[in-house]
Write a protein that binds this ligand. Structure first.
Ligand SMILES: [Zn+2]
Length: 433
């Protein structure tokens, strides 16, 4: 197996900590007194410059919330005070998709853009992509950073990049077949959508030589049933990857597919906390991912609360990497987690239950909670030719058996539920006190 950076990716964990320590020290040195946002934040928390020098000092720093970065942007528009260098040092601007709150702009210097591509190379190499691959990117190039970063990673790796923006799904399928695409990067939902379009048009999926799909934007690629469905439809392996505009491309799945993703610990420091109390969680316990990036000093994320739920696993992986893993990938958003009769239920668990029914084409879930009691309303679209009532009843029973709560499952007309090319929003949570 070829690892991207042998001395780092399979280094003993003490060596990894040395690498993190060294990069963190350099980050503190560059950021303190140059970056207005962090300097003010740390001063308010009573941190003196001399106090920051080691990995252990990280825990002294306050968490950074997305709302603070948004405020920092409003205070000094258009880019905000989280800037370590003068404006002319930056060469790229992107913005978040704005799924929570308004769009947040992020800026990169040429060096930090190289770093983005470098992190993406971990993702690509993790999925076994080599310079002889042809990577299809079915995106229109808006301001969302993930797509651009994928392009940079493919460029650095030296594989062929096939741009597929501005085409409809059928045209994209034909293009992949005609150009011999071997890798595709998209959301899990879009991979399933392409397979659905192929079925509608009697397009032969096996005529496309894709052997790896790299997914991000949603947890699906680590939801066992969704992964199985994508792999069967494409006759290829599907790999999960996670990142965020504010933070970087931080995690990837390796070829051993260990039911989780590796976090690139040479470029990021992950911490897992109880989202309510901020207390550190132990490996194996689910909590909120807090991340510090080490290669983007111009727009750093230091102890940034991602809002993503993860479960840390420090044991070595069969692939040889020592980078820690998030078991099950991103388990969902902290805000989407519901507690039903004392049990934490994540959207990915519900997705996994529904996706085991191959007759279900699409679904939507509404969770209503009232005083710790949850009620699930599920809408499903059933594949034509299947007995809709039978599928409906079986979905209802499967959820009841797994979660011990009786959902209301209804069948929506074909094509009635939203299809997603970007971040799917299949879960809606309504709190009723
Ligand atoms: Zn691995």
């Amino acid at each position: 197996m070829t690892l991207f950076e042998q001395p780092v990716e399979n280094a003993p964990r003490e060596k990894l900590r040395d690498v993190q320590s060294q990069k963190l020290r350099e980050l503190f040195r560059v950021v303190f007194e140059r970056n207005r946002f962090y300097t003010e934040k740390w001063r308010e928390a009573g941190i003196a410059r001399g106090e920051l020098g080691s990995l252990a000092d990280l825990a002294k720093l306050p968490f950074t919330h997305k709302s603070e970065l948004a405020r920092a942007q409003d205070e000094a528009p258009p880019f905000g005070t989280n800037a370590t260098f003068p404006a002319e040092a930056y060469s790229r601007v992107h913005q978040t998709s704005g799924t929570t709150g308004g769009p947040l702009r992020v800026v990169d210097t040429p060096e930090s853009w190289e770093w983005w591509g470098r992190c993406w190379r971990f993702v690509l190499r993790g999925a076994g992509v080599t310079p002889s691959d042809r990577v299809f990117l079915p995106f229109s190039f808006g301001p969302f950073i993930g797509f651009w970063a994928a392009v940079e990673g493919v460029r650095q790796l030296g594989a062929m990049m096939i741009p597929g923006g501005g085409w409809d799904s059928l045209e994209r399928l034909r293009m992949m077949r005609d150009l011999g695409a071997t890798v595709i990067c998209c959301t899990p939902t879009y991979a399933l959508r392409l397979a659905e379009v192929a079925r509608e048009h009697r397009f032969e999926m096996r005529s496309i030589p894709v052997r790896a799909l790299i997914h991000a934007g949603e947890p699906g690629a680590n939801v066992a049933q969704t992964k199985a469905r994508i792999e069967a439809a494409w006759n290829a392996k599907c790999f999960d990857h996670a990142g965020a505009s504010e933070v970087g491309a931080h995690s990837f799945e390796c070829e051993r597919q260990p039911k989780g993703i590796h976090v690139i610990e040479s470029e990021f420091i992950p911490e897992v906390i109880d989202p309510e109390t901020g207390k550190k969680m132990q490996p194996g316990e689910a909590g909120e991912l807090v991340i510090t990036n080490l290669g983007r000093p111009g727009f750093p994320a230091i102890r940034y609360r991602t809002g993503d739920l993860v479960r840390l696993n420090l044991s070595p992986c069969a692939c040889g990497r020592t980078f820690a893993r998030f078991d099950g990938g991103l388990l969902g958003r902290v805000d989407d987690m519901v507690t039903i009769r004392g049990v934490n239920v994540y959207p990915t668990a519900i997705e996994n239950l529904i996706r085991q029914f191959s007759a279900v084409d699409e679904f939507q879930v509404r969770v209503k909670t009232r005083q710790e009691m949850g009620h699930l309303e599920v809408q499903i679209e059933v594949h034509s030719g299947s007995d809709a009532e039978d599928v409906r009843m079986r979905v209802e029973q499967a959820i009841y058996r797994a979660l011990s709560l009786r959902p209301t499952v209804t069948v929506a007309p074909a094509g009635a539920l939203a299809r997603f090319e970007m971040k799917a929003r299949r879960f809606q949570r309504l709190d009723q006190g």
